[in-house]
Design a protein around this ligand. Structure first.
Ligand code: NAD
Length: 299
C-alpha cells in the first residue's frame, strides 16, 4: 500500500482545525475541508484549500482524513454516521482524529474503522491556538506503529513533538493526563496569586522567583501574567476543559484510580460553566478562588 499522501480531507475548521489545515496547505498537501458553519470553510479556501459540502465529500477522494471536532458525539457522528467518513473513504485511507475525546470512544472508532479496512489513529494535541498557527503542537498518537509512520509527514506539518504512545485510544489517555495536570496547575497558580495579593506581597517579584525554583512551570511562565491582569479571553475555553475533566474522571473510574485533586478541580471548572462563564479562558479558575475567599474582583 502506498504511503504517499497527497489529498487530505479535513473536517472541523475551528480555532484549532482552521490553522492546522492551513499549515497542511502550506506544506503542499491538497486539502479538502468541511465545516458545519460555512465561514470557516471559506477561510480555508482563501488559504489555498478546497471546500466540501459534507464529511463524505471531503473523504471520498482523500488519502487521509483528519477530524478536529469538539467532543466524542461529534466525532462519532462525522465518522460513523450516515453520510459520514467511514462510509465514503476508500479502503486503506488513514483516518486521524485529532479532537480531544473519550479514550473508549477512540478505541471503538478504531476497531470499527479497522473492520472496514481503514487505518485509524487517535492523535490529540496540546499547545493551543498559538501552537496550531505556528505548527509547534505536541501530538500524542495512539494506533499501530505502521499507521503512525504513514501519518508522520502530515503530523510533522502541524506539530513539533510527535510521539507514538501506544495502541488505539492511548493518545486520548495521554491527553486526559495532560488536561488533568494543566487544570490542577492552573488552580494552584490561581490560589498562589490570590494568596500573594491578599497578603500584600507584590506579585511581580514573587512570581519571578517562584518561576526559577522547584515551583516553576509553564502555567507560571505563560499564563500567570494574564491571570494577575484578569485577562480571561480564550485561548482554551473553560467549557472545553470541563469536558476534558469529565473524560479524565470517567477514565480514572474505569481504571480504578482515585483522583481527589482531579475531582475537586473538575468541580471548580464545572462551577465556571454553571455560572455562565464557560466561554472564558480556563485560567478564569482564579475567579472561583476569589469567590470562595470572599474577595471582590479588582476594578
Ligand atoms: P472549535 O469549537 O473552535 O472548533 C470545532 C469546529 O468543528 C467548529 O468550527 C464547528 O463548526 C465544527 N463542527 C462541529 N461539529 C461539526 C460537524 N458535525 N461537522 C462539521 N463541522 C463541525 O473548537 P477548538 O478549540 O478548535 O477545539 C477542537 C478540539 O480540539 C476539541 O476537542 C478541543 O478540546 C481540542 N483542543 C483545543 C485546544 C484549544 O486551545 N482550543 C487545544 C488542544 C485541543
Amino acid at each position: 500500500m502506498s504511503t504517499q499522501i497527497r489529498t487530505v480531507g479535513f473536517i472541523g475548521l475551528g480555532i484549532m482545525g482552521g490553522p492546522m489545515a492551513a499549515r497542511l496547505v502550506r506544506a503542499g498537501f491538497d486539502v479538502v475541508g468541511h465545516n458545519r458553519s460555512p465561514a470557516r470553510q471559506e477561510a480555508l479556501v482563501s488559504a489555498g484549500g478546497r471546500g466540501a459540502a459534507s464529511p463524505a465529500e471531503a473523504a471520498a477522494e482523500a488519502d487521509a482524513v483528519i477530524t478536529m471536532l469538539p467532543d466524542s458525539p461529534d466525532v462519532e457522528a462525522v465518522l460513523l454516521g450516515a453520510g459520514g467518513v467511514f462510509a465514503a473513504a476508500r479502503p486503506g485511507t488513514l483516518v486521524i482524529d485529532m479532537s480531544t475525546i473519550r479514550p473508549d470512544v477512540a478505541w471503538t472508532v478504531a476497531a470499527d474503522g479497522g473492520r472496514r479496512g481503514l487505518r485509524v489513529l487517535d492523535a490529540p494535541v496540546s499547545g493551543g491556538e498559538a501552537g496550531a498557527i505556528d505548527g509547534t503542537l505536541s501530538i500524542m498518537v495512539g494506533g499501530s506503529a505502521d499507521d503512525f509512520e504513514a501519518a508522520r509527514p502530515l503530523l510533522a506539518a502541524m506539530g513539533q513533538t510527535i510521539v507514538h504512545v501506544g495502541p488505539a485510544g492511548s493518545g486520548q489517555t495521554v491527553k486526559a493526563a495532560n488536561q488533568l495536570i494543566v487544570a490542577g496547575t492552573i488552580e494552584l497558580v490561581a490560589e498562589a496569586i490570590v494568596f500573594l495579593e491578599a497578603s500584600g506581597v507584590p506579585t511581580g517579584p514573587a512570581l519571578e522567583v517562584l518561576s526559577g525554583g522547584l515551583a516553576g512551570n509553564r502555567i507560571l511562565d505563560r499564563k500567570a501574567a494574564g491571570m494577575v491582569a484578569r485577562q480571561f479571553t480564550p485561548g482554551f475555553r473553560a467549557e472545553l476543559h470541563d469536558k476534558d475533566l469529565g473524560i479524565v474522571l470517567a477514565a480514572a473510574r474505569s481504571a480504578g484510580v482515585i483522583m481527589p485533586v482531579g475531582a475537586t478541580v473538575g468541580q471548580l471548572m464545572r462551577s465556571l460553566k454553571s455560572q455562565g462563564l464557560g466561554g472564558l479562558d480556563h485560567t478564569a479558575l482564579l475567579r472561583i478562588v476569589e469567590q470562595l475567599s470572599g474577595r471582590p474582583e479588582p476594578e
